[in-house]
Design a protein around this ligand. Structure first.
Ligand code: BDR
Ligand code: CA
Length: 303
């Protein structure tokens, strides 16, 4: 099994990604960041998720503010508490005293992938302290960006938009990078059929995930009039644990940090004419969605 560290801002889809990773990888730790919700809340949500999964996975709390620029959150899509206001499980877990950045610097090594599911602030802080850090780890699998349209702006995806300077630092770090952007994650849609498959498992994890999915579908129905929603963050886990479900294209990805209209845009060289800019990222272009949903649902089978 791959060794992973999950850097995240739970977030409904982050929580589902954590449960998926706990089943299919050796999750060394979870580091949290401000994004969908403030970092105190994303840490509380990560702790509740590992408690529910009954694992001893340590959680390290990370950046409270972006590497640069204003702080934004995403309660429209995840609710004020980040987990759609669903019933919370009681537990006695607490986060570690070391910071996320210190953990990433000291404890992540050449066999470890970092799966980044929120703004890239913790990773940029780590690179600020050791510019070679990205070359000393196995790689970074990112949920963020898009080869086409954005979600938080016409051209930018939320995680990249929330801290563009941090993203720029990661994409120029020399680390081995995989990118699952909106072009890919919108291929992985959950529907009421997915909720039924999950609910039928009748485990603590499956009831938790069914409640999260119901929240996402209700929100989609309100916003776009259809009970169908993309599951973003699990894609970046699967890109490491189940790479054969994907097609990737090697591309140069750069981050727009200045543009008045385009801040946080991933500028991706997919020109069919040559020469192209030197590639720095494996950009995921296609996922076998049916199989991916099966892997995600199956990960909730055990208590
Ligand atoms: C990303 O933004 C967040 O709201 C989700 O958790 C995901 O990481 C999708 O744009
Ligand atoms: Ca996220």
């Amino acid at each position: 099994m791959r060794s992973l560290v999950i850097d995240c801002d739970p977030g409904c889809d982050d929580a589902i990604a954590i449960l998926l990773a706990l089943r299919h990888a050796n999750v060394k730790a979870i580091t949290t960041v401000s994004g969908n919700v403030p970092v105190a809340q994303s840490t509380a949500n990560a702790l509740m998720t590992v408690a529910l999964a009954n694992t001893e996975t340590p959680v390290y709390s990370g950046a409270r503010l972006p590497f640069s620029g204003p702080q934004i959150h995403n309660d429209v899509n995840h609710g004020r508490d980040g987990l759609g206001g669903i019933k919370r499980h009681s537990h006695s877990r607490t986060s570690e005293s070391k910071s996320a950045c210190n953990f990433l610097l000291d404890c992540v090594s050449k066999d470890d992938w970092v799966v980044a599911l929120g703004p890239l602030t913790n990773l940029a802080q780590t690179l600020e302290r050791d510019s070679d850090w990205g070359k000393r780890i196995a790689g970074i699998s990112i949920m963020g960006g898009s080869t086409s349209v954005g979600n938080i702006s016409p051209v930018a995806e939320f995680n990249t938009f929330a801290d563009p300077q941090a993203a720029a630092k990661v994409y120029t770090s020399g680390a081995k990078l995989k990118m699952c952007g909106l072009n890919l994650t919108h291929q992985l849609q959950v529907t009421d059929e997915t909720v039924s498959m999950v609910s039928d498992l009748r485990t603590a994890k499956s009831s938790f995930v069914a409640a999260l999915l119901n929240f996402l579908l209700k929100r989609a129905e309100r916003l776009i009039g259809s009970r169908c929603a993309p599951l973003h963050d699990p894609c970046a886990v699967l890109a490491v644990t189940h790479p054969t479900l994907f097609e990737f294209e090697e591309c140069c990805v750069e981050i727009e940090t200045q543009g008045a209209l385009t801040s946080g845009m991933t500028v991706i060289d997919q020109r069919t004419t040559r020469p192209r800019l030197a590639p720095n990222t494996l950009v995921a272009t296609h996922i076998d969605a049916t199989e991916a949903i099966k892997v995600i649902v199956d990960s909730l089978e055990t208590q």
